[in-house]
Ligand binder design. Structure first.
Ligand SMILES: Nc1ncnc2c1ncn2[C@@H]1O[C@H](COP(=O)(O)OP(=O)(O)OP(=O)(O)O)[C@@H](O)[C@H]1O
Ligand SMILES: [Mg+2]
Length: 407
């Protein structure tokens, strides 16, 4: 029994070859394109390779040339099966044989047996010219691919620029009308524009709550946009890290209570002096708590720890939840703007996917980082089953004598 790699994009041909070779007890591994075939062959060298000349990405000649340059595959029998290719070129690039399509089902098994047993077809002497022609075609193919890739790259760069501008314009357009809305609401709720009936008050309180949410979203949009264009200003102000974390936790408490989630906080009593931007830090911590509250099931537990990092040089906040966790392949991506594990409109949880992008930029600007682990790895969070997010920042991220906010 031999292990045969079959590189072929047409499903019908794959099935036919598989059936014919199964009769003789051979194992067939399929690749639907040239690149996949090269990868499979280098991962586990087969006993024989069957390659269609007309496959997507790299054609059969290119695949053969490449396979011949891989150690361990230089002597593996390679047989071209094709309707369009020609024998002389196939042999010139390194194939050992050539089978014409359509496959003759009666003879196929015997033909393959011969190649497995070491049969090699002889080239007719026109190899040099064929090889030169094949090389020219490869260079032309490569040239058109490089041109296509450069075009695609230019289009992507343009899209990135447009996205950045769109984000900036959108956030400014949204922020401008927010100012009078928030201002007048405040005046109305405080009855400075006249007394309110109970029903009017109730309506305004609801509008106020919705406006606060809208405003938080616009703020995050503005922040992420400014961070992307490198225009977000970070203050260098004296603050206490523990106090800022405490405030963020207190402000989020109602959210946890609403969902009957027990919030267990571990915090030392020592002051944690730092220089940086406490307002952005507080909002970053609020985003972590918001995620924990959102993704943890009703009645479960969320743990927060505030303290010094293991190396003793940074301050950290760790939030561990009992939510669904984040699959490994999404861990790095969720720190990118707008990336959500469930991005469908039918998803259960709200949000636009900017929270962690904001947290990451704040952490990096303040000399630290964000790490997401799922499930949690720290000994003290072993009962948490979902996600553990660690935000670290440096107590003094800006150079001594750098810009400081006027007191
Ligand atoms: N604690 C968590 N548990 C499970 N999944 C999470 C958690 N935190 C983040 N994620 C995943 O990462 C994605 C991105 O999170 P992020 O906070 O950036 O955006 P969001 O919460 O979807 O929206 P926004 O924060 O802008 O309201 C989430 O949509 C979710 O898929
Ligand atoms: Mg979020």
């Amino acid at each position: 029994m031999a292990r045969i790699l079959h590189i072929e994009d047409d499903p019908k041909s794959r099935l036919l070859v598989r059936k014919l070779l199964a009769v003789d007890g051979h194992e067939v591994v399929d690749a639907t394109g040239g690149l996949e075939g090269i990868r499979l062959a280098s991962d586990a060298p087969p006993d024989l390779v069957l390659v269609d000349i007309n496959v997507p990405d790299l054609d059969g000649y290119e695949v053969t040339l490449r396979l011949r340059s891989i150690r361990g595959l230089d002597r593996t029998p390679i047989v071209a099966i094709t309707a369009e290719g020609d024998r002389a070129t196939s042999l010139a690039v390194g194939c050992d044989g050539f089978i014409e399509k359509p496959i003759d089902a009666k003879r196929f098994g015997k033909q393959i047996e011969k190649f497995i047993d070491g049969h090699r077809e002889q080239a007719d002497g026109s190899g040099e010219a064929q090889l030169r022609n094949a090389s020219q075609r490869i260079v032309e193919h490569l040239e058109s691919k490089v041109i296509a890739l450069s075009d695609a790259n230019a289009r992507l760069e343009e899209m990135v620029r447009l996205r950045r501008e769109f984000l900036r314009n959108l956030s400014h357009e949204l922020a401008t009308p927010m100012t009078p809305v928030v201002g007048y609401l405040k005046l109305l709720v405080s009855e400075e524009l006249g007394p309110l009936s109970p029903i009017q008050r109730k309506a305004l309180v609801a509008v106020d709550a919705a406006t606060s949410r809208l405003r938080a979203l616009v703020d995050t949009l503005l922040d992420v946009s400014s961070l992307e264009t490198g225009r977000l200003h970070f203050y260098a102000r004296d603050y206490d890290f523990a106090q800022v974390a405490k405030r963020a936790i207190e402000e989020s408490r109602a959210r946890f209570n609403d969902r009957q989630i027990t919030l267990s906080v571990r915090r030392g009593s020592m002051p944690m002096p730092a220089v940086g931007d406490p307002d952005k830090l507080r909002r970053a911590i609020a985003h972590l708590l918001d995620n924990a509250a959102k993704f943890t099931p009703l009645g479960a537990e969320v743990s927060v720890s505030v303290g010094l990092s293991d190396d003793g040089h940074s301050y950290e906040v760790v939030v561990a939840d009992a939510g669904p966790g984040v699959p490994a392949e999404h861990l790095a991506k969720i720190l990118e703007p707008f990336y959500q594990v469930d991005g469908t409109v039918t998803r259960v949880h709200g949000g636009v996917g900017l929270g962690l992008a904001f947290v990451r930029r704040v952490a990096e600007a303040m000399g630290g980082q964000v790490t997401v682990r799922s499930p949690p790895t720290r000994a003290e969070f072993q009962s948490a089953t979902g996600t553990e997010v660690t935000l670290t920042i440096h107590p003094r991220p800006f150079p001594v004598g750098g810009p400081r906010e006027p007191a």
